[in-house]
Design a protein around this ligand. Structure first.
Ligand code: 8YV
Length: 332
């Protein structure tokens, strides 16, 4: 139980969170829940935020300057998620708001999904499964559904932070060659652990890779980082994996390249204009398209909720919240 006075603190939670988390928040604060989990319209959110002290948004909510300004009492935005690109951080800073997120707890699940998509694409799991499901499998054949061996493939990790490193750990275990591009080169320990090669030039790295996996946050600098021109640099068999944010890739250019078979495949869990998806991606072979589920495990969602609770509690006790977002700095 937290200080009784905190019962007066009004918290708006934009989406339905795990039962256990909602109860915990309700027991300690005055909470406005979204029981049926229907996404608030922009207009509704603007209205709902008016008397709120703390906002708990998700990736599906755009918290822009106008929304922030409507929350005249707002003091803290405790994001339920790692990426904070859904929040206008500049306005938040101007209005002296504190912003927190939920890092760490979704790292392993996200890395698992990267591995899953690489396996699905390289081993043509969708095609193989469809054969069975469509009842057209006539039996084993030496040339049936031939995929690509993972061992020995070169993977280029763009942004080797927490999630990128967890991906490197998995892929080096299965014998892939780890390459990475970061603003800062990692220390020798990490490089030795994963036999990771650092590339200061993104262009040079991506032009040599069999697989590239994106793990940098979406910021003004990383918008269309994988641009049309960079997609042209990719090898013909290159597979592009994205579990970060759709805006980091020029989706139309990627879809064109896939459709024209200029690259080998793509595993996308995020899209530039979610939930809309570029039509050509549906019409392309060798794609795995998933509905932003990289951290969608029951355990992660509860852990994310616990982080939100902790950040709120620390903030209210006037202690530095553990997951304070430093507004100027980016991880990438
Ligand atoms: C979360 C994510 O599911 O945390 C992130 O940055 O992209 C997702 O995995 C989502 O953000 C929840 O708000």
């Amino acid at each position: 139980m937290i200080d009784r006075n905190f019962k007066k603190v009004i918290i708006l939670i934009t989406r339905k969170l795990p039962e256990k988390i909602e109860k915990k928040l309700e027991n300690n604060f005055s909470v406005i829940l979204n029981k049926n989990d229907r996404k608030y319209s922009y207009k509704d959110l603007k209205k709902k935020i008016q008397n709120v002290d703390i906002l708990v948004p998700c990736v599906s909510d755009t918290i822009d300057a106008s929304i922030i300004k409507s929350g005249s009492k707002l003091k803290l935005i405790a994001n339920f998620g790692n990426g904070v690109d859904n929040i206008d951080l500049t306005t938040a800073k101007e209005r002296k708001l504190i912003v927190t997120n939920t890092p760490d707890v979704l790292t392993e699940d996200t890395a698992d999904l990267v591995l899953t998509m690489i396996l699905m694409i390289c081993r043509k799991i969708n095609v193989a499964q469809q054969k069975i499901m469509n009842r057209v499998w006539t039996g084993w054949g030496p040339s049936e559904t031939l995929g690509e061996k993972l061992q020995g493939k070169k993977v280029g990790i763009i942004g080797m932070g927490r999630i990128g490193t967890a991906v490197a750990k998995r892929l080096s275990t299965i014998g892939m060659e780890i390459n990475y591009h970061n603003r800062k080169k990692h220390n020798k320990k990490i490089e030795t652990q994963f036999k990771a090669n650092y590339w200061s030039s993104l262009d040079q790295m991506i032009s040599k890779m069999d697989i590239i996996s994106i793990h940098c946050p979406f910021t003004a600098e990383t918008f269309h980082l994988l641009s049309k021109n960079r997609i042209r640099l990719l090898k013909k068999n290159c597979i592009v994996i994205n579990t970060s944010r759709g805006e980091i890739i020029d989706e139309q250019a990627l879809a064109d390249a896939l459709f024209k078979k200029k690259i080998g495949g793509a595993g996308l869990d995020v899209f530039e204009h979610e939930p809309q998806i570029t039509q050509k991606l549906f019409d392309s072979d060798n794609v795995v398209l998933l509905p932003h589920i990289s951290s969608a495990t029951k355990e992660s969602r509860i852990a994310m909720g616990e982080r939100v609770f902790k950040n709120i509690s620390y903030f209210l006790k006037q202690k530095k919240p553990p997951d304070l977002v430093k507004i100027k700095k980016t991880e990438y």
